[in-house]
Design a binder for this molecule. Sequence first.
Ligand code: AMP
Length: 217
Amino acid sequence: MNLILLGCPGAGKGTQSKVLTQRYGLAHIATGDLFRAQIAQKTALGQKVEGYLKAGTLVPDSIVVEMVAGKLDESSSGWLLDGFPRTLEQAQQLDKYLKASAKQIDMVIYLAMDENAVVQRLTTRRSCASCGELYNTISRPPQVEGKCDKCGGELKQREDDLESTVRKRLMVYEDLTRPLIAYYRSETTLHEVDGNQPPDKVTEQLVALVDSAKVAR
Ligand code: AMP
């Protein structure tokens, strides 16, 4: 099963992807997470992309596509793309790759979200520096402030979750990523889930959709 989760920054793609990939045994290909890991390890790729992440702008298509293609090659038992594609060029390159490797996308799900709510959701988001578990100081605070419930690691705010950068990322999303909704609507059936609901409700609806795709296969 091959899935794409679309949505603006803060729509809940990361949180929901974690649940879905565990439930269905899929590889979680999250381009933002992959870039952050490269930056943390100070690799050549990490150094190349660091400035883009800090500024809230997009990493050039050629770099992203090469990295994702490598991950798709490794994932034979299905995958979920989270944060990719983010431009029409990336979507077209993905289509080419899939055609060449006789693979297909089973479902594209758009997590629709009120963008005004996103600024608050992202500026209050925290993640564990050790295990990556996600928290929110308002809707999902840890039991002990600043510490991960799961592993005791330190909770950090992403540098690009500062308000000015969040606003920049939303502008980039509007300009470059939103057109993908129309692209996938014309290419395949695009399923929409209301991301403004509580996370458990969103998960319930996503699971129902993915189960229906499994039955249809
Ligand atoms: P995310 O964790 O998905 O919010 O991504 C964080 C940052 O990583 C973005 O603001 C971009 O700088 C970069 N990034 C992640 N995915 C992509 C992509 N598909 N294309 C270009 N840049 C990306």
